[in-house]
Design a protein around this ligand. Structure first.
Ligand code: SAM
Length: 267
């Protein structure tokens, strides 16, 4: 009975995602005020700075980086693409994989211009902003593929996608809590993606705190598992991870723009 309930919850989430609109989602979350590069307290610069630190300080390194639930976005691999020789992007929805392929093929028609993002990360790396074209070329060179994923499957990726040893590092942003019907499913999904990782590999997990819904497009209200810091730490432990570092961001009032009810972000 319990298993049937869990399956129903997952199927209901999948149904919500059928209305997801990549262009609208990018507009809601990846333009000012949330992506204001003049402001240090804007959410996107905060995420980029965290990712920059995570990929440059400490011992996050190796051959293969896998991004879990990429959506239509690239910001999450702009630092990692300098450290890893191969980057694999993944998403549940073909519309999102299509959006990413559009950027990869560089034939125009992308819903968002990633140039300010590339320039900002170049600045974080101590390079001149005009180096953004080199970074874009590097990213296009290291992205090995864009493939389907389902974090609710014990085997989230097709069998032959990863080397048998697993990935060296996973990055995942705003995915698990916004695709899970409840905390138990979130914890199970954490366990599933952990199987993609080699022993001793790293997970860089960014997610929403205190969020109960977000809009994936006009009128497309998607439920989210509201998490607090203690639940994030306990869920990681329960799924077999060792927590190395936790960073938390609180959303300023003017960043609460009506596209969700998020109150903070964790990495
Ligand atoms: N990572 C992006 C970001 O940081 O903005 C997108 C996050 S978006 C809130 C959640 C993403 O999870 C969507 O791209 C959606 O297609 C994807 N998704 C939905 N169901 C999923 C599932 N069962 N497994 C993996 N990803 C899923």
């Amino acid at each position: 009975m319990e298993e049937k309930g869990a399956e129903k919850g997952v199927a209901a989430m999948a149904a919500c995602y059928q209305g997801f609109d990549p262009a609208a989602y990018l507009q809601y979350n990846y333009t000012p005020p949330r992506a204001d590069f003049e402001r240090k307290d804007s959410i996107v610069p905060w995420k980029l700075a965290c990712l920059h630190r995570a990929f440059t300080e400490g011992d996050v390194s190796g051959e293969l980086l896998v991004d879990i639930g990429s959506g239509p976005t690239l910001y999450q691999v702009l630092s990692g693409c300098e450290v890893f020789n191969k980057v694999l992007l993944t998403d549940f929805l073909e519309v999102n994989r299509q959006e990413l392929r559009g950027w990869l093929q560089d034939e125009g028609g992308c819903s968002l211009d990633w140039t300010p993002y590339l320039q900002h990360v170049c600045k974080l790396e101590g390079r001149r902003p005009s180096a953004w074209t080199e970074k874009a070329a590097k990213l296009r060179q290291v992205i090995m593929d864009i493939v389907p994923i389902d974090v609710h499957c014990p085997q989230p990726l097709a069998l032959d996608i990863l080397p048998s040893a697993g990935a060296d590092c996973l990055v995942s942003c705003f995915c698990l809590e916004s695709v899970s019907p409840d905390l138990a499913a979130f914890i199970r999904a954490l366990g599933h993606i952990g199987r993609l990782l080699r022993p001793g590999g790293h997970l860089l997990l960014i997610g929403a705190l205190g969020e109960s819904y977000y809009f994936g497009g006009p009128g497309v209200k998607i439920p989210v598992v509201p998490l607090n810091e203690a639940q994030v730490c306990a869920s990681l432990k329960e799924s077999g991870y060792t927590l190395i570092r936790l960073e938390v961001y609180t959303l300023p009032q003017d960043m609460r723009v009506g596209v969700d009810d998020v109150s903070g972000v964790f990495l």
